[in-house]
Design a protein. Structure first.
Lengths: 337, 410
């Protein structure tokens, strides 16, 4: 098996699919000749030609709008929004159009479309390069939302997303592109080449959308996390000596409630961690679902550790980011509750 | 140094409001036949003036004149007349049905029938329209079942869209009619994408985008023009300028530009204006633009100059914002009467045959309506099941929706 960074795994997924299926097209801002500002599409234009991988005008509504037209024609666009923070001009296209074509046309027109977006902070990107807008997608009927946390998952989930018959929002935690970041910003990061999840099979393989993975088995409590927070939670549990079961949700919609329910029923405690703002965040949905499914097994209130309800600040990035110290405190408090 | 006087804001106003006399002296109308017909591979820079003129074929005496004339036979024109009459009758019946409480909402085409009916004639099978809510002529002229249309308007048990969509938001892939959103301008850019996909796939199909004058102000319109221009997409970009965006006159969306067609010039897109109430002119320009797309020459922008005679929708009352008799003063006349007079002048039609056709069409539409109503109307008879509400959100129903369907008990 090859060792890959998350960027390489994502690029490999597109490469595999472009080779297998000529309906797959890739485009976005700086995506073509240059290969993307994060290099996720490097080499694809050279390999598959100008009409399968190309640069677009700086118009997110145009990128998504044309991709919807292409998907309804029968192509399988896998497009890039340069940062999730730039998604808003395309939001109407995503919500009112991509998500609803199948429903409103009674299946006559469908939208097999993947919209890739680098998400999350931790790179001193300030308020316009750090946001985690996943809840803006999970709230919309007709969309699937995927957040991989490692190269292996990223490749398997992205191929599954490209093959999916419906629109998929594919959020790539940019802080994880080069290594499993645990929130200790003042320490060196291990690279994926030294992590077992940096081992990625070559060729075609998929991971099902709607299946979580258990990142760490444990019996004292359940931590629900996705993306970067999977590693922050692992660091916090190790530092606090809490035997937490850490679940990496991988896809938010569809959500793997079975895995969540099994774990919380076993541990009786639940902490939810995400980088996005607290209020109306996906953690609120998770908390509601967990109490519906596991209320009588719960021994403590469900806790949430998230970004604060402020815009993502620049200088105060590490005060904003729900790092291992904050997560660790929540784990201890939940154990003591 | 310039003296610093207080600034003032300019808010455009229509020439006349209710109570005033209609005035269209600002609509400059060239003589029929006066605008040249360039070759389809013309350099867009050479025809910039076509964005400021109006291509017209039928003159005031009903003759077809000039370089855009002579493309359709009597038989084709008679069929076109029939399509427009069908659409008008269909509208009248559905409008009445809405008033009778058989559906919640309706939007009619009164005065704009030529545009979608004539455009449809210039398309080929497999081409795709991305229509707004006022192009049902694409379906009627394309031979789509009127009963199916009515079932959609009634949201009844035979509604092809299972009651999920507002009335008139039809969808028919087979008839080259993309599912109507209802959100404005979003589909304009999708049409460009569909056309790009056809080109990427080395297909021969082309797309047609539709938008109203008011919605050209949406950023999706501008995104569509950029993408169409950059990638030379095989798409016809249609703007139906019917003068009114609900209560807002076209000057609010047009701003300082002379015409809506002129929007295309900055993008290097050939941009034409055409008399939208002239079936022959609409067909001729549509054919020209479609041929350009088909020959891989890229997009064309077409502004149809017309007038929305009826209300915006059944939820609108135009007497509150424009003079009642304004439609009578509209200088481009009525598309059905103009084509009828032309055919009479050619000796292919007569007043009696027209009356007879009106009666026949009325009977046909009423018969279709009876069939449609036998499958239910919005508040009476059979309707789509509540279970249908949960279907088709995704190709495969995810667990959370299955749970909700169980909770709903359907």
């Amino acid at each position: 098996m090859a060792r890959m960074t998350m960027i390489e795994a994502i690029r490999d997924a597109m490469d595999v699919m472009m080779a297998r299926d000529e309906r797959v097209v890739v485009f976005g801002e700086d995506v073509g000749y240059f290969g993307g500002v994060f290099r996720s599409t490097a080499g694809l234009q050279q390999k598959y030609g100008m009409t399968r991988c190309f640069d677009t005008p700086i118009s997110e509504a145009g990128i998504v709008g044309t991709a919807i037209g292409m998907a309804s024609y029968g192509l399988r666009p896998c497009i890039e929004i340069q940062f999730a923070d730039y998604m808003y001009p395309a939001y109407d296209q995503i919500v009112s159009e991509a998500a609803r074509l199948r429903y409103r046309s009674n299946g006559e027109f469908t939208c097999p479309l993947v919209i890739r977006m680098p998400t999350g902070g931790g790179i001193f990107g300030g308020q316009t390069h750090s946001q985690s807008p996943e809840a803006l997608f999970t709230h919309v009927a007709g969309l699937k939302t995927v957040v991989p946390s490692n190269p292996y998952d990223a490749k398997g989930l992205l191929i599954a997303a490209i093959e999916d018959p419906d629109p998929v929002i594919f959020l790539e935690p940019k802080r994880l592109y080069n290594g499993p970041f645990d929130g200790h910003h003042d320490r060196p990061v291990t690279s994926w080449s030294k992590h077992h999840l940096g081992e990625v099979p070559s060729g075609h393989f998929t991971l099902p959308l709607g299946k979580a993975s258990v990142a760490r088995e444990g019996s004292a409590m359940t931590v629900l996390a996705y993306g970067t927070m999977v590693y922050v939670a692992q660091a916090a549990a190790a530092e606090m000596g809490v035997d937490a079961e850490i679940i990496d949700l991988r896809t938010l919609i569809p959500l793997d409630m079975e895995t969540i329910k099994t774990s919380v029923s076993k541990t009786g405690r639940c902490v939810i961690v995400h980088e996005a703002t607290l209020t109306s965040g996906f953690g609120a949905e998770l908390a509601a679902l967990v109490q519906e499914a596991c209320f009588f097994q719960l021994e403590a209130p469900i806790a949430r550790v998230t970004g604060w309800d402020t815009p993502y600040p620049h200088a105060q990035e590490w005060d904003y980011f729900p790092g291992p110290a904050r997560v660790g405190r929540a784990l201890v408090e939940t154990m003591e509750a | 140094m310039t003296e610093r006087r207080p600034l003032t804001l300019h808010v455009p106003e229509p020439a006349v409001r209710p109570g005033g006399s209609p005035d269209f002296s600002n609509v400059k109308i060239p003589k029929a036949g006066a605008v040249p017909r360039p070759n389809v591979d013309v350099d867009p820079e050479a025809i910039r003036d076509l964005a400021f003129s109006i291509i017209r074929v039928l003159n005031r005496s009903g003759e077809a004149v000039g370089p855009w004339a002579g493309l359709l036979s009597d038989g084709e024109l008679l069929e076109g007349l029939r399509h427009m009459m069908m659409l008008r009758t269909f509208d009248a019946r559905m409008l009445m049905a809405q008033r009778q409480g058989k559906t919640s909402f309706y939007m009619q085409h009164l005065g704009e029938e030529a545009i979608s009916c004539a455009f449809r004639r210039a398309l080929s099978p497999g081409d795709m329209n991305f229509p707004t809510y006022r192009q049902a002529g694409l379906l009627i002229a394309g031979g789509y079942s009127m009963v199916d249309m009515m079932c959609q308007v009634y949201s009844n048990s035979r509604d092809p869209l299972k009651g999920r969509q507002l009335p008139v938001m039809y969808s028919s892939k087979e008839h080259g009619f993309f599912t109507i959103s209802g959100n404005l301008a979003t589909q304009y850019v999708q049409a460009v994408g569909w056309a790009m996909a056809s080109a990427i796939s080395n297909d021969t199909k082309i797309a047609a985008a539709w938008i109203g004058d008011g919605s050209t102000a949406e950023s999706d319109f501008h995104a569509a023009l950029v993408f169409a221009s950059t990638y030379k997409a095989p798409v016809v970009l249609n703007i139906v300028n019917n003068q009114w965006a609900i209560s807002t006159f076209q000057g609010i969306a047009r701003g300082g530009a002379g015409t809506f067609a002129a929007r295309g010039l900055g993008f290097g897109i050939p941009s034409l204006r055409v008399d939208g109430n002239d079936y022959l002119a609409v067909y001729a320009v549509a054919r020209w633009a479609i041929e350009r797309a088909r020959r891989n020459l890229g997009p064309t922008l077409v502004e149809y100059v017309t007038y929305r005679v009826g209300a915006h929708s059944t939820s609108d009352d135009p007497s509150a914002y424009r003079p009642k008799a304004e439609s009578d003063a509209w200088p481009l006349g009525d598309p059905i009467i103009r084509l009828k007079n032309h055919l009479i002048m050619r000796g292919a039609w007569s007043e009696e045959r027209h009356k007879q056709a009106e009666a026949e069409i009325q009977d046909t539409v009423i018969a279709a309506q009876k069939v449609a109503e036998s499958y239910g109307t919005l508040h009476a008879g059979a309707k789509p099941s509540a279970r249908d509400m949960f279907e088709g959100v995704y190709a495969e129903m995810p667990p959370h929706l299955r749970r909700q369907r169980q909770q709903a008990g359907v």
